[in-house]
Design a protein around this ligand. Structure first.
Ligand SMILES: Cc1ncc(COP(=O)(O)O)c(C=O)c1O
Length: 289
């Protein structure tokens, strides 16, 4: 990664079917997405030049757009190909991809049926920064002030920009207190997830994870469950109260960006990242290649 700011990285961004110079890929200030959060996006990783679980991510992008009432003016196959093409055009092997869909600037107001639906895909370098030994030290979480919205108050299955407002606020508040991330509860006060990844706990050799009934059922979460089951580890999906935190041996977060990330602390609670977390990290690395 260079020292350039993100809007001035070298190379190109795929935007509405064309490669645009990175610094020219702009939108107008009268933009429905910016004013009313009519935007959905994806986060994909490429390892060794191959985009991991590309089809699943693109399917989710289309599902998210549909939930927000936006019809993407491309086929799934075209978006998959565009992801592959922009990765190659940028000449990157270990990278993060950010496909984004948003309502344009043709209409201003809450109602926006006549706006165009735009698509862009940006790709930037994302090497693996940390050794397994460093990763196993674990990160520190603190409780967020905001809860995930109740399932009947927000379209929680969409990876939609609007749902991230409380995530940014929560992560800023955590970082201001010296923590790495925030733990968010659901509307009933059970453990939900962090600001950008799902959460798992280990107890007596079993994995426990919240039921994603009001937050994103991450692609990495689903992969971790499969890897655990293949390894003969029992996975229990259930409501988890914060009062249970003292009873867990290990804890980790998982998501495309942070992969499987051990957690050492949640406020006053301590965990020792150990066997099962490490086994799953190694299986995940093996899988993505
Ligand atoms: C709020 C939130 N939860 C969970 C996840 C994990 O999803 P995935 O594993 O599909 O990246 C993400 C990342 O996309 C996220 O932003």
């Amino acid at each position: 990664m260079t020292n350039l700011t993100f809007d001035k990285l070298p190379g190109y961004i795929w935007m509405n079917g064309q490669f645009i110079n990175w610094s020219d890929a702009k939108v107008h200030v009268i933009n429905h997405a910016m004013h009313y959060a009519s935007s959905v996006f994806e986060g994909n990783r490429a390892y060794n030049g191959k985009i991991f679980k590309l089809e699943q991510h693109t399917e989710r992008l289309f599902k998210s757009a549909e939930i927000l009432d936006m019809e993407i003016p491309h086929s799934v196959a075209e978006i998959n190909q565009a992801c592959v093409d922009i990765l190659a055009k940028q000449g990157l092997k270990s990278a993060y991809l950010r496909p984004i869909v948003w309502r344009g600037s043709e209409q201003m107001g809450i109602s926006a049926q006549n706006t165009t639906i735009n698509v862009a895909i940006a790709v930037w370098e994302w090497p693996s920064y940390f050794s397994l030994a460093d990763t196993m030290k674990g990160i520190r979480l603190t409780a967020a002030k905001y809860r995930r919205p109740a399932p009947d108050t927000a379209p929680f299955r969409a990876k939609a920009a609007g749902l991230y407002m409380i995530c940014t606020l929560s992560k800023h508040a955590a970082e201001a207190k010296g923590y790495n991330d925030a733990l968010m509860l659901d509307h009933q006060g059970n453990i939900a997830e962090s600001t950008g990844s799902n959460i798992f706990f280990v107890k007596n050799g079993e994995l426990h994870t919240p039921d994603p009934t009001s937050f994103l059922d991450g692609i990495t979460r689903q992969t971790v469950i499969q890897l655990a089951q293949q390894a003969g580890i029992k996975v229990v999906v259930r409501d988890i109260s914060p009062s249970e935190l003292p009873s867990f041996d290990e804890c980790f977060l998982c998501g495309t960006a942070m992969e499987i990330m051990p957690v050492a602390e949640i406020d006053e609670h301590r965990f020792t990242p150990a066997g099962i977390t490490q086994q799953l990290i190694e299986a995940y690395i093996q899988l993505h290649g």
